[in-house]
Design a binder for this molecule. Structure first.
Ligand code: GUN
Ligand code: ZN
Length: 443
């Protein structure tokens, strides 16, 4: 009666365990079935098994495609969608000339509303159903982002970006105002629908100890907040942070001393960590969000994945739009693969299973949402993306010729683009459909 029940029929793949720890991390189900009840996965198996067990469930036939868990982008900047492609500059010059002038424009709520709509649409249309979003310096713009995310179905873990030095005056705040504006946004949005709040100092370069202490006060006062910032991205940046925090042992210590390195902390980049930083991150179960397209575009360096894994630091993946070059987690996975290949003996040879894990379950774990999303285990919310290339596209030719499902996954990362995604679901609702009225999808 009030239960909506759909049986999805598709070849599906997911990584309920990490392929970094468990060679059987990737699970593949050819002609599979996923039974979804009120947006939550109730059972999985072969299609034949589930059809037998639930003969009256409405069937959504997705054959010909590959169904994957919705992607989880653990580092992406909401106010930077319109400045993607500012190539040829290192981080600090890129911030000053490319990113910060655009971020200042979000003071205008009409402008911010349009950017928020573009941003949530860009993520969902690329198959990203959960994102750790670097917000805006303006509380009004962050409020608009959460409103758009909730309306569209995107799970945004986001917050007010706070800074009090070295950016530009319009983007600066004070510890008191940062605390008060963040508190109001937390009370309105943290835990509302799919939305969660992340306390977000921009980076230690632009955050005094006073701002970091205000962030720590918020983390203590409210339950379940996430924390995110940047770390060890660029050699010049690291030198500047060292000069600003003479008492700190290293970049991580600027956050660590404030009590901001926790199980629910995600630090973006970490291209140039020292061994102490890696061991402390591991001990506190804090995540490094790897952003390979950005690291390439800004010339930040080659991410030392092997050292992270050896130290036991959890690693997830982020697009870092607009330092990164777009919203595709498929492209991000491929670039991660390339950058490991380029490191020879110091690189980690990544397989398609690793890439899928990094794009999905690793992000869920980073956000402490592994019980809710990131794979297709029973009890999780149905966040999913259907890769199903259109006729006469390069990937369709590969799909039709493939003799094993593993080939589908490899080709999806190697050559898949936004146009190859046919449908995206968030919390069981269809949030994107390439062809409106596609017969196969309307049961
Ligand atoms: N560090 C501080 N702000 C930023 C930003 O917007 N992008 C990147 N890539 N690094 C940063
Ligand atoms: Zn960033």
């Amino acid at each position: 009666n009030l239960i909506t029940r759909t049986l999805y029929r598709a070849t599906f793949m997911h990584t309920p365990a990490s392929p970094f720890d468990d060679p059987a991390g990737l699970q593949v189900q050819e002609d599979g079935g996923i039974l979804v009840e009120n947006g939550v996965i109730a059972a999985t198996g072969t299609y034949a098994e589930l059809r037998g067990a639930f003969p009256t469930a409405e069937v959504s036939d997705l054959r010909g495609g590959l169904l994957l868990p919705g992607f989880i982008d653990t580092h992406v900047h909401y106010p930077q969608g319109r400045v993607i492609g500012g190539l040829g500059m290192p981080l600090l010059e890129w911030l000053e000339k490319n990113a910060l002038p655009e971020e200042a424009r979000l003071a205008d709520t009409t402008y911010a509303r349009a950017v928020a709509q573009e941003f949530t649409r860009s993520l969902l249309h690329n198959g990203t159903t959960t994102a750790l979003v670097f917000g805006s310096h303006f509380a009004s713009a962050v409020d608009l982002l959460f409103g758009e995310a909730e309306r569209s179905g995107l799970r945004a873990v986001a917050g007010l970006v706070v800074s009090d030095r070295l950016l530009r005056p319009e983007l600066h705040t004070t510890p008191e105002r940062a605390y008060a504006e963040s508190k109001a946004l937390i009370e309105k949005w943290h835990g509302t629908g799919r939305q969660l709040y992340a306390v977000t100092p921009r980076f230690s370069l632009s955050a005094s100890e006073g701002i970091l202490d205000a962030c720590a006060a918020l983390m203590r006062e409210f339950q379940g907040l996430r924390f995110t910032s940047h770390i060890n991205e660029n050699v010049a940046e690291i030198g500047a942070v060292r000069d600003l925090f003479p008492e700190a042992r290293d970049y991580l210590d600027t956050y660590e001393r404030a009590g901001l390195v926790t199980r629910r902390s995600v630090l973006a980049h970490n291209v140039h960590p020292n061994d102490r930083e890696l061991s402390v991150m591991a001990a506190h179960h804090c995540t490094a969000a790897h952003c390979p397209c950005s690291n390439s575009a800004l010339g930040s360096g080659l991410f030392p994945l092997k050292r992270h894994l050896q130290a036991g630091v959890h690693v997830s993946l982020g697009t870092d739009v607009g330092g990164g070059t777009g919203f595709s987690m498929l492209k991000e996975g491929l670039q991660a693969y390339f950058m490991q290949q380029l490191q020879g003996e110091n690189g980690v040879p990544l397989t398609p299973a690793h890439l899928l894990y990094l794009a999905t379950r690793a992000g869920a774990k980073a956000l402490d949402l592994q019980h809710i999303t990131g794979d297709f285990a029973s009890g999780k919310v149905f966040d999913a993306v259907l890769v199903s290339p259109s006729p006469r596209t390069p990937l369709r030719a590969v799909f039709d010729a493939a003799d094993s499902p593993d080939r589908l996954l490899a080709a999806t990362f190697a050559t898949g683009v936004q146009g190859d995604l046919a449908c995206v679901w968030a919390g069981g609702k269809t949030v994107y459909r390439r062809e409106l009225g596609l017969a196969a999808l309307s049961s």
